[in-house]
Design a protein around this ligand. Structure first.
Ligand SMILES: Cc1cc2nc3c(=O)[nH]c(=O)nc-3n(C[C@H](O)[C@H](O)[C@H](O)COP(=O)(O)OP(=O)(O)OC[C@H]3O[C@@H](n4cnc5c(N)ncnc54)[C@H](O)[C@@H]3O)c2cc1C
Length: 382
């Protein structure tokens, strides 16, 4: 084990954020001695990340699928199609990301991934920071904490989903060139629910049922949702290759100050997810890039940038309106999708919206529920 004195920084959590930062430091040939603490002893193929990006981004080599076209739909409403060639929707499988990040980190003698180790309390100690771990104390100049948010953290809505990669029969396979981003949109006793369907190849489809609910939804209910969706598509008996599930806090209030000297929160608990969508992968990549650059230049870590005011307010109001009016949420999403062309929609989803895009979004939404959401104290129901 490395002696503490050698360590400049400790990253708590070797998931998306921790590995992304490790990879960025390695890519820069950083000489800073960094240890990543991760409880997992093995990385599984536990998720996939999708995002909009230009086709030549830093992980393009590992991105196995992209689609220029996506669909929104709800029963009884006209579906909305978007097509955007320059920023297609892209699919990166967790095992490919872990392999890429792992290869960079393993090749770098200054970065050590300590698996099978769990971090505990973190506190300031002299000029540095001390971290309790299951393998003893570590001290370093700085700590970046990417562990998931604690139980006390509260979100406005929870995005809860379960899905499977299945192999449907050729007769029931979907159009391989177009994804269903949000279809079958509807509301029930638990809130807003929709389907997410990605045709990965002609033979393999990722099928997920997703909920936006005011409280995390019980796993058994998510399983029932997914089985019902598979049934409806004629895919219930199709061979299953992989399963993924998640509960993502949308509009999270973090349970700690964002930054104290030498200690930075990053990843989901540090504001890594976009509140209104739950997308975080590309935001985390951008943070990792900026943080590595900042560390190299100043020797100090960097958190996620603060959310610009307009986006913060719009996302909060949107989530509040969905939370208060789940039965109207399909109209809200169809309104946004129909009010923006594909390129503007991509800008909106990738934090690049222009003032005109925001005005279009505002004009495409019914004023009543949104004005009430503006007035609503955080989290209230109508
Ligand atoms: C199934 C799933 C699919 C998703 N799909 C998308 C998508 O398509 N697009 C998108 O943009 N976003 C997606 N997200 C959201 C987001 O991008 C991911 O959740 C992402 O992994 C968040 O990165 P993170 O580093 O904050 O958390 P994680 O990747 O979960 O990493 C946190 C790490 O902390 C470790 N840890 C936990 N406890 C300790 C401890 N005590 N000490 C040390 N380490 C600890 C964990 O083992 C884990 O490795 C998805 C999330 C899930 C769960």
């Amino acid at each position: 084990m490395t002696t503490d004195v050698d360590i400049e920084g400790v990253i708590l959590g070797g998931g998306c954020s921790g590995l992304s930062l490790g990879m960025q430091l390695a890519r820069r040939g950083s000489r800073r001695r960094v240890v990543i603490i991760e409880p997992r002893t093995e990385y599984g193929d536990d998720r996939s990340w999708c995002f909009w990006a230009s086709p030549d981004h830093g992980l393009a080599r590992r991105t196995t699928r992209q689609w220029p076209e996506w669909l929104f739909g709800a029963a009884g409403r006209s579906p909305i199609h978007h097509r955007c060639e320059h920023a297609p929707y892209q699919y990166l499988r967790a095992r490919d990301f872990y392999a890429e990040a792992g290869a960079w980190i393993t090749a770098d003698p200054n970065i050590e991934l300590r698996q099978g180790t769990r971090a505990g309390a973190v506190h300031r100690s002299g000029d540095g920071v001390a971290v309790q771990t299951s393998a003893g104390m570590l001290s370093a100049r700085w700590v970046i904490d990417t562990r998931p948010p604690g139980a006390s953290a509260q979100a406005l809505l929870y995005q809860c989903f379960e899905g499977h990669e299945v192999r449907p029969s050729p007769a029931t396979a979907p159009d391989p060139y177009r994804i269903e981003l949000m279809t079958d949109m509807r509301a029930d006793d638990l809130g807003f629910v929709f389907s997410y369907v990605l045709p990965l190849t002609r033979e393999r489809v990722l099928v997920e049922s997703t909920r936006f609910a005011p409280e995390p939804v019980a796993p058994a209910r998510l399983t029932a949702d997914t089985e019902a969706l598979l049934d409806a598509r004629g895919w219930r008996g199709a061979p299953r290759e992989r399963t993924e599930r998640g509960v993502l806090p949308m509009g999270l209030v973090t349970d700690s100050a964002p930054e104290t000297a030498g200690i930075v929160r990053a990843g989901i608990a540090g504001g890594g997810l976009r509140a209104a969508s739950g997308y975080g992968f590309m935001r985390i990549q951008e943070w990792a890039h900026s943080c590595a650059e900042h560390l190299e230049r100043t020797g100090r870590p960097l958190g996620h940038p603060p959310e610009p005011l307009v986006r913060r307010v719009m996302d909060r109001v949107f989530l509040q309106a969905v939370r208060s009016n789940p039965e109207r949420a399909a109209d809200f999403f169809l309104g946004v999708a129909g009010g923006l062309d594909a390129a503007a929609f991509v800008r909106f989803m990738t934090d690049g919206a222009r003032p005109r895009d925001y005005l279009k979004v505002a004009a495409s939404l019914p004023p009543g529920p949104f004005l009430r959401a503006v007035m609503k104290p955080r989290g209230g129901r109508e």
